[in-house]
Design a protein around this ligand. Structure first.
Ligand code: NAD
Length: 431
């Protein structure tokens, strides 16, 4: 699972500052906001503001030129009341302790809204992976695994790919962990290649969940998919998979984009004929007869707009010009908090990222189950069970949306927090 920092442009409600919010500030603000709607013991909310544990480790490696360099790695484990920690490991120069804590907290809500038996975590190494050779990346990953060995494991904390890491990184991690344990332990990570215990359908899952949730929200607002126009920003793993599924289910995808711009066809794009980012990087505009900018795509007068490229693309600057009737968040944190308030005021429903793209962590859960049981599932079974989980999560969020007259985002956080808080309440405080 890849994800990126959710930074928001809203003023910090405690300081009045207009500085961009950090991932940790965003996570804490969302916690307070959801808690305001619920009758939760204050001591539980106070506990949830803090991570359970944060590991900070030095990761020395020998560079290809024989020199030794030391990087800093983190693993922030937020909460485990519902089960082992789960969340990505990113290799990025801007990885910090606080960012890991904030994103780990956010994973707690994402797992809880999907009702997965996991709590949140996030980790990574402050390093630019583009400056490492393959051998250096492998040595870095193996040493990082060794430093975290007592903190991770199938029953404790299960990492996954994130920015700058991929299925190969997870295979090295699993191998390093297994070598030290003296047995093959595939369940220590998810997002592995299927040949070493990865799941079918894992890579496509976030895009598939975005498509399923788009269909459900259209159904909710009485829009049959074959009468629905859709614009998708980003044609990578999330965007292309979502666009192709929705196209196949009858929707008219009128715009898709990559970093260079967007393809636009009001009659509908044949999404299968345009290569995704993985198939041919940045090919969208080269296949287009009519191109528009990414900014124009976001403000097209369509039924549904799906930002699926980056965070912070719907902002104070363009929220008043969003002409779509519905926004479905494919990427992580595409809507800043100020823009979110503007869209709420304009009564444009925004289906939040923690629900829409949660197919990734959900199929990671399936992968973990397959690894523990040493039995792989067919692609058909993975997709069927993903659909069942998405529909169940949607129904739970819809119930809160209708009952409390809140936004879809608030409803999702309310579902998540109430599940985590109830589990804390039932288990009590030890000792
Ligand atoms: P990807 O690298 O496969 O594709 C990204 C796409 O966005 C490419 O088409 C690229 O050209 C385009 N893009 C890059 N910069 C852009 C810009 N400035 N304007 C418009 N388009 C731009 O990435 P992905 O895996 O599809 O991830 C997309 C988003 O979804 C990220 O925010 C990621 O964190 C989030 N996400 C990914 C997963 C996953 O498992 N892949 C899961 C959950 C969330």
């Amino acid at each position: 699972m890849t994800s990126q920092s959710t930074t928001h442009d809203g003023a910090d409600e405690t300081t009045g500052s207009t500085e961009p919010e950090s991932a940790l500030e965003t996570a804490r603000r969302q916690l307070r906001h959801a808690a305001d709607h619920l009758d939760i013991d204050d001591q539980i909310v106070t506990r949830l503001k803090h991570p359970k544990k944060v590991h900070e480790v030095a990761v020395p490696i020998e560079r290809d030129d024989g020199s030794v360099e030391v990087f800093t790695g983190y693993r922030a484990q937020h909460d485990s009341v519902r089960g082992p920690h789960k969340g990505g490991l990113r290799y990025h120069p801007e990885v910090t302790r606080d960012e890991c804590v904030g994103l780990g907290m956010w994973m707690t809500w994402k797992c809880a809204v999907m009702d997965l038996p996991f709590g949140g975590a996030k980790g990574g190494i402050a390093v630019n992976p583009k400056e490492l050779s393959e051998g250096e990346t492998e040595r870095l990953t193996r040493r990082f695994t060794q430093e975290l060995r007592n903190a991770i494991g199938p029953k404790q904390d299960i990492p996954a790919p994130d920015m700058g890491t991929d299925s190969q990184t997870m295979a090295w991690l699993m191998d390093a962990y297994s070598m030290q344990e003296g047995e093959t332990v595939p369940g220590v990570v998810t997002g592995k290649p299927p040949v070493v215990g990865g799941s079918e359908g894992r890579a496509e899952a976030p895009g598939r969940s975005v498509a399923i949730v788009t269909e459900l929200v259209c159904e909710y607002y009485d829009r049959p998919l074959d009468d629905t126009t859709i614009a998708v920003q980003g044609y990578g793993s999330v965007g292309a998979n979502a666009a192709r599924l929705l196209d196949g289910w009858g929707a008219t995808v009128v715009a898709i984009s990559d970093v260079n711009g967007a393809m636009y066809d009001p009659d509908g794009i044949d999404t299968a004929s345009v290569p995704s980012h993985e198939e041919e990087p940045e090919a969208v505009t080269t296949y287009a007869e009519t191109t528009i900018s990414n900014e124009e795509l976001l403000t097209l007068d369509v039924d549904v707009v799906i930002p699926a490229a980056l965070g912070n693309v719907i902002t104070e600057a363009n929220a008043n010009r969003i002409a779509a009737d519905i926004v479905v968040e494919g990427s992580n944190g595409p809507t800043t908090s100020t823009a979110d308030a503007i869209l709420a005021e304009r009564e444009i429903p925004v289906v939040p990222d923690i629900l829409a793209n949660a197919g990734g962590v959900t199929v990671s859960y399936f992968e973990w189950l397959q690894d523990i049981n040493r039995r792989s599932w067919s692609l058909e079974r993975v997709n069927d069970e993903l659909e069942t989980e998405m529909r169940a999560a949607w129904s739970a969020v819809r119930r809160e949306f209708e009952r409390r007259d809140v936004t879809w985002r608030d409803a999702a956080y309310i579902v998540a927090l109430s599940r985590v808080a109830e589990a804390h309440d039932a288990r009590g405080l030890w000792p």
